[in-house]
Design a protein around this ligand. Structure first.
Ligand SMILES: O=C(O)CCC(=O)C(=O)O
Length: 296
């Protein structure tokens, strides 16, 4: 079995004794995830662990800044603090966080089996930075069959002022929606989805070490960081439910939660997408649209 290793950065010494970590996921939270597509594990990582991770990623930014979002305008705060994309492919600290037993335990409980790990990202979101327009992760990952799940960990306290994550309750079982152009004055990404009246983004106030788990259909995003001096750092992992056979190319290699590689196919983007129709006075998303964005 191939073990996926390609590290060249120092290993952060995690403070936890992995063997000693006792975990039980409350049944109420397993039910919450099933009913609403998201749940928050409060304080899953300690302040000390989060402080170490924060320091580590600022070091990565100083030493290894990689321009991941093509932001060339130097007046844009994101030009100095671009997202760190897929660091687990070259950084052992990120790898160890991605496959941390606590994340595995939570996902195994809410999904019913261990996930596969496919992505890590660190967002600095400095003061003045744009947010990320509302979207569904499954639009990008194209997991088939099934969907993906995100583990979104607050590294700083996240609130409305510094651009916390917002989720749209009730969207967790909609199909992948057709996309439209986003307003790039407030979003660093350029695609978003349209929602009917009554589907409003709700801010999630989170403290360092809190981890939000949410499924690939749940519409979410964030507004700009309007604070004068507060970063809104977050460490994010993306996973796919363990019976998946395909995922989009960017997410390969696919890893088991012990870091070993698993062989999955490559899924294509595009194709049918969801549009909202009226059914007995209620908005329902049906797969009657076609996403031209990725049509060849
Ligand atoms: O952290 C944010 O502002 C957005 C993150 C997000 O939408 C994602 O990870 O898919």
């Amino acid at each position: 079995m191939a073990i996926f290793v390609r590290y060249n950065l120092p290993i952060l010494q995690m403070l936890i004794d992995r063997e000693a970590v006792e975990m039980t996921v409350p049944a109420t939270q397993v039910q919450e995830f099933a009913a609403q597509g998201y749940t928050i594990a409060r304080g899953l990582f300690s302040q000390e662990e989060v402080d170490q991770l924060r320091e580590h990623f600022f070091w990565v930014n100083r030493e290894h800044r990689r321009q991941s979002d093509d932001i060339t305008d130097e007046s844009d705060p994101l030009a100095l603090y671009p997202r760190v994309m897929q660091p687990h492919r070259w950084d052992e600290t990120s790898m160890q966080w991605m496959i941390d037993p606590r994340l595995n335990e939570w996902m195994a409980s809410i999904l019913g089996r261990e996930p596969y790990a496919v992505q890590t990202m660190f967002y600095f979101k400095p003061p003045g930075a744009r947010g990320q327009a509302l979207h569904q992760d499954q639009f990008y990952l194209r997991v088939d069959p099934g969907t993906c799940v995100a583990a979104w960990m607050a590294v700083d306290r996240c609130d409305e002022e510094n651009g916390c994550l917002r989720i749209v309750p009730g969207t967790h079982d909609t199909p992948v929606l057709c996309t439209v152009d986003a307003d790039t004055d407030v979003s660093f990404t350029d695609v978003t989805v349209e929602l009917p009246p009554g589907y409003d983004p709700v801010p999630l106030i989170m403290d360092p070490g809190d981890v939000l788990f949410f499924n690939g259909q749940l519409v979410h995003g964030s507004y700009p960081n309007s604070s004068a001096d507060r970063f809104r750092c977050a460490l994010i992992g993306h996973y796919i439910v363990g019976e998946a056979r395909e995922v989009a190319e960017w997410y390969h290699p696919v890893l088991r939660m012990d870091g070993s590689e698993v062989d999955l196919g490559v899924s294509e983007r595009g194709g049918p997408c969801g549009v909202w129709v009226d059914r007995d006075g209620e908005p329902v998303a049906v797969l009657e649209g076609f996403d031209k964005r990725y049509a060849s």
